[in-house]
Design a binder for this molecule. Sequence first.
Ligand code: PRP
Ligand code: URA
Length: 210
Amino acid sequence: MDSRVTVINHPLIQHKLTIMRDINTGSKDFRELLEEISMLMCYEVTRSFQLEDVEIETPVCKTVAKTLTGKKVGIVPILRAGLGMVDGMLKLIPAAKVGHIGLYRDPETLKPVEYYCKLPSDINEREMIVTDPMLATGGSAADAIQLLKNKGAKNIKLMCLIAAPEGIKAVLEAHPDIEIYVAHVDEYLNDHGYIVPGLGDAGDRIFGTK
Ligand code: PRP
Ligand code: URA
């Protein structure tokens, strides 16, 4: 696997992902599991965050302890399905700002179509984490990352639940400077651009549509 791709194959994540894949799992459980997995993945995505020393006083004595350097974080879900990963991340990074990029995949061409974009003003100073459960052809993620770069973002990570090999390749070709975090790399894309075995349409399963 490419060194820019981290597969977070922790047993808790894999167990929860299996339940999400199951066709019999309803929206309530699907949403809760996605939030839990997002929290667990966030732990790994933030592993490279820098620490600095700070002087504090415990009830026992003065000491020097570690604190985050204060680098600011921005979370950017790709609407709709990316929204399902935000709350889990905010539980661990409550001070993060949240931007939104609206893209839908045209069912005929499979190309992403932009319909919304609202971002924090200072994304050039932030560590940006794009979230989307599904990385299929990679078109949506690559466009979202390009949009962030066009608006000044310099430091961008992509966090997905399931990726197709085709999607990983497309994103890394378009953006060689990006790190991708996934819970699982599946087998292939079918003729309709769905990830196999995948979990179906993530947006529909989160929001109970269709
Ligand atoms: C899904 C998914 C990704 C995209 C992945 O969104 O959440 O954004 O497809 O496909 P790609 O890698 O081939 O671009 P969809 O367009 O179905 O919109 P939704 O989240 O509103 O359901
Ligand atoms: N989008 C989804 O929600 N699922 C897929 O399998 C592919 C794209």
